[in-house]
Design a protein around this ligand. Structure first.
Ligand code: NAD
Ligand code: MG
Length: 298
């Protein structure tokens, strides 16, 4: 039997324990140029009609976790709009092709989420081209190492907050009026909410904000029938790590400190988003679903 996400497999060996060579790209990093290229479930994710006719917008849907979620959503029956930075067209086209191959509509909308006007246009275009919107995945994010607070420039602090927090706020604010009862908003927090690496001060700050935003917005929107939840990934092999999001000289050891002794692959994150998007999770609200390879969280 071919392997998919439902077949019995040992999680320790389901994905290889990678030892990535030292490598460095300019932000945002092109996934196709990584060694090894992350596994988004292209060959393994099997849809079971869990999101029939749904209409999803995924920020940062060109690569990594967002790309894996786009593939999974399409194979579960959803039409999918993705947004990403213009420099990432190469990765975005890979995802667009896979959405189409799943028989679903793919909408590609490049732009910069630190631009408030773009956030507004993005949602308008997604709603127009999908014919509505009932899933929003806030996933785009940036992560740049700065070892000392003295080296954390005001520009970096501002751009990280603008991308990870303001962009999410602007997109969500624009999207909510279009979302019917039954719709789902899923934000992307991080293990950094609970365990802060010393060199990710600005990033960890945004992830704490995202997690709190999720719970607060859930209080607002729950009574309106819109569920808001978060996924908090642990070390997952993506373009973030090779574009100054992790110390370059430590890349060969990336993720080896999990209980499985290996980093996660984006393919292993996608099912959490599928669960939170579908009505299977109808009573799950304001929750943070940790997918981190075993680090205990409060
Ligand atoms: P990724 O680089 O593949 O995806 C991040 C995406 O964010 C990029 O592809 C890019 O399209 C988008 N983005 C960044 N800045 C943007 C901007 N200004 N405007 C528009 N789009 C922008 O990496 P990933 O690891 O899949 O990241 C996805 C999410 O997962 C992020 O929020 C990240 O913080 C979170 N996360 C990742 C890990 C991990 O270990 N990889 C762990 C915890 C949380
Ligand atoms: Mg990318």
């Amino acid at each position: 039997m071919a392997h998919n996400q439902y077949t019995l497999r040992d999680p320790r060996s389901l994905y290889p324990s990678i030892t990535p060579p030292e490598q460095r790209q300019q932000e945002p990093g092109i996934q196709a140029r990584m060694q090894p290229v992350p596994d988004l479930g292209e060959k393994t994710y099997e849809g079971r009609d869990r999101l029939p006719g749904r209409k999803a917008l995924i920020t940062g849907g060109d690569s990594g976790i967002g790309g894996a979620v786009a593939i999974a959503f399409a194979r579960e029956g959803a039409d999918v709009a993705i947004t990403y930075l213009p420099d990432e067209e190469e990765d975005a086209q890979h995802i667009v092709e896979l959405i189409k191959k799943a028989g679903r509509k793919a909408v590609a909308i490049p732009g910069d989420l630190t631009d408030r006007d773009f956030c507004r246009e993005l949602v308008q275009r997604a709603v127009q081209e999908l014919g509505g919107l009932d899933i929003l995945v806030n996933n785009a994010g940036r992560q740049i190492v700065a070892h000392r607070i003295e080296d954390l420039s005001d520009e970096q602090f501002e751009r990280t907050l603008k991308t990870n927090v303001f962009g999410m706020f602007w997109v969500t604010k624009e999207a909510v009026p279009h979302m019917p009862p039954g719709a789902s908003i899923i934000c992307t927090a991080s293990l950094e909410v609970y365990r802060q690496l010393p060199y990710l001060l600005d990033y960890a700050t945004t992830k704490g904000a995202i997690n709190t935003f999720t719970k607060g917005l859930s209080q607002q929107l729950g009574p309106r029938g819109i569920r808001v939840n978060a996924v908090a990934p642990g070390p997952t092999w993506t373009a973030l790590q090779v574009s100054d999001g992790f110390p370059t000289d430590e890349l060969p050891e990336y993720g080896k400190d999990t209980l499985l002794g290996r980093a996660g692959q984006p393919a292993e994150l996608a099912p959490a988003y599928v669960f939170l998007a579908s009505a299977e999770s109808s009573f799950v609200m304001g929750e943070t679903l940790n997918v981190n390879g075993g680090t205990p969280t409060p």
